[in-house]
Design a protein around this ligand. Structure first.
Ligand SMILES: Cn1cncc1C[C@H](NC(=O)CCN)C(=O)O
Ligand SMILES: [Zn+2]
Ligand SMILES: [Zn+2]
Length: 484
């Protein structure tokens, strides 16, 4: 009798064997992809050319699988300085359209964060380098490795001349790290087209909370990003000739930023916690079950002390409570040395991570009211302007959906364990957009380990995660077919 935890038999065994035998080829393709500096963050033409080249490589790979590939023109990005740069086309691809099978659509991105060896990489960030089973390189875990793992899973069925258990679609973009420019518009435009036959969406663009235990992600926080400008005049002053007779913009701004959050992490904006969903007993138990060694996590993060001492408190403050972070000050003097300047105009930047059931426009009002109040108390003659430049909703999965069940079974088969049911403190804006626009089930199925270092120096994916992850996607296809 079949049980999900029994060893793989028949087709699945053949698939796993094929993936094990061909793992060096899979790593080689990842190496070729990592070699392309597809940085979407720095707005320069030569990097946009690299992004175009990366898109071409992925499109070729998909065509070799037998997929029908559309490269959808995404127009241009307008830069603040009036220049414009091309946005790489978005790949819409499909393989199979058997009405008897479910259609699973994978979303991933080919662009990466900037990386320079001088920033503290041991190896060249664009030369995939294996050390002790760790594949170092920019984009290995975010997100080229997971995109290729999905492709490896599909290609294995093709290579074995086996029927694909599901119809597969791909949405692969090249501007995720720059805010998924043009993607929302495309999703809306293709709602009744490309997406009309999609039953499920899978995103693999976050990490486990553990180094060994796989995870399924059930929700992410949103974000609201604020800029607060304090202006005296457009030019800087000399503190020797103006110091003592001005309301200094930096003094105002530091007071404003200092009024936002206290040293225990509590946000000081009145009313901000009003709509945060209360914690239920059932929810509490989900944090207890998660595989997290607090000391190991703390040490590997090189932090002396976190704000919370228990695993449950820590996870709740990462995943289900809002947090406020101060990111930077534009216009401030920040270089080394002792310049005696009074900046004439400065912009403070901070953001509030949002959770259910916070309301973005309510948060915006509360922040503006609070800053108005603090500023008015200072009696400053400067001008303050507050704007919310980004409002991203939190996302919550429907974990009772079939695809979560299929993923759990596939994880059990490949890893022999139940997944950690996790949330993620950061935001993948497209998840909520997919859910709201095409109204189909969205699942986040991460492959990478907690210590992969996405966006950081020495980014890596473990060979084990990459190869077992390819198996996981293949097993997931088979479980989906069974459930349909
Ligand atoms: C750009 N931006 C501004 N507010 C939120 C974001 C998205 C960003 N997303 C990630 O990092 C993906 C992690 N897998 C974040 O959450 O900061
Ligand atoms: Zn990513
Ligand atoms: Zn990223």
């Amino acid at each position: 009798m079949f049980s999900p935890s029994s060893p793989p038999t028949g087709l699945l065994e053949k698939v796993f064997q094929y993936i094990d035998l061909h793992q060096d080829e899979f790593v080689q393709t990842l190496k070729e992809w990592v070699a392309v500096e597809s940085d979407s963050v720095q707005p320069v033409l030569h990097l946009r050319r690299e992004l175009l080249r990366m898109t071409g490589l992925a499109a070729d790979r998909l065509r070799n699988l037998g997929a029908h590939v559309d490269l959808v023109d995404a127009g241009f990005q307008q830069l603040p300085d009036g220049q414009s740069l091309p946005i790489p086309p978005i790949i819409l691809a499909e393989l199979g359209n058997d009405p008897k099978k479910p259609t699973v659509c994978f979303y991933g991105h080919l662009d990466v964060q900037p990386a320079r060896q001088e920033d503290g990489w041991v190896t060249d960030p664009h030369t995939l380098t294996e050390v002790d089973g760790k594949l170092y390189g920019r984009g290995t875990t975010d997100n080229k490795g997971p995109v290729l793992a999905w492709i490896n899973a599909v290609s294995t069925f093709r290579a074995l001349d086996e029927d694909l258990p599901v119809n597969v679609k791909f949405v692969i973009e090249g501007m995720e790290e720059a805010g998924s420019l043009a993607l929302e518009e495309l999703v809306q435009k293709e709602k009744a087209g490309f997406f009309s036959s999609v039953d499920y969406i899978v995103i693999s663009d976050n990490l486990w909370i553990s180094r060994r235990t796989p995870a399924l992600t059930c929700g992410t926080r949103g974000n609201s990003y604020f800029m607060v400008e304090v202006k005296c005049r457009d030019q800087d002053f000399h503190s020797g000739t103006f110091g003592g007779i001005l309301n200094e913009p930096m003094a105002d701004l530091v007071a404003l930023l200092g009024s936002l959050v206290d040293s225990s992490g509590r946000i000081l904006i009145p009313g901000i916690y009003d709509h945060v969903a209360p914690v239920t007993e059932e929810e509490k138990r989900t944090y207890e079950a998660i595989d997290l060694d607090l000391e190991e996590y703390r040490n590997s993060s090189q932090v002396k002390k976190f704000l919370f001492d228990t695993k449950e408190e820590l996870l709740m403050h990462l995943w289900r409570y809002p947090s406020l972070s101060i990111h930077g000050i534009e216009g401030a003097f920040h270089e080394p040395g002792a310049k005696t300047v009074i900046p004439g105009r400065v912009i403070g930047k901070f953001s509030i991570r949002l959770v259910p059931h916070m309301n973005i426009s309510v948060v915006e009002k509360q922040v503006k009211q609070h800053l108005d109040y603090i500023f008015s108390k200072r009696n400053s003659s400067n001008q303050m302007t507050v704007s919310m430049t980004l409002g991203l909703h939190p996302w919550v999965a429907n974990i009772r959906d079939n695809q979560y069940l299929a993923a759990k079974r596939a994880i059990k088969t490949v890893f022999g364990t139940e997944p950690d049911m996790i949330r993620d403190g950061s935001t993948i804006p497209i998840a909520k957009i997919f859910q709201d626009t095409i109204q189909k089930s969205v699942m986040m199925l991460p492959l990478g380990a907690v210590d992969d270092g996405e966006h950081s120096q020495k980014e890596k994916i473990n060979r084990w995660n990459y190869i077992e992850g390819s198996k996981l996607f293949a097993a997931f296809f088979l479980e989906m077919a069974k459930l349909h």
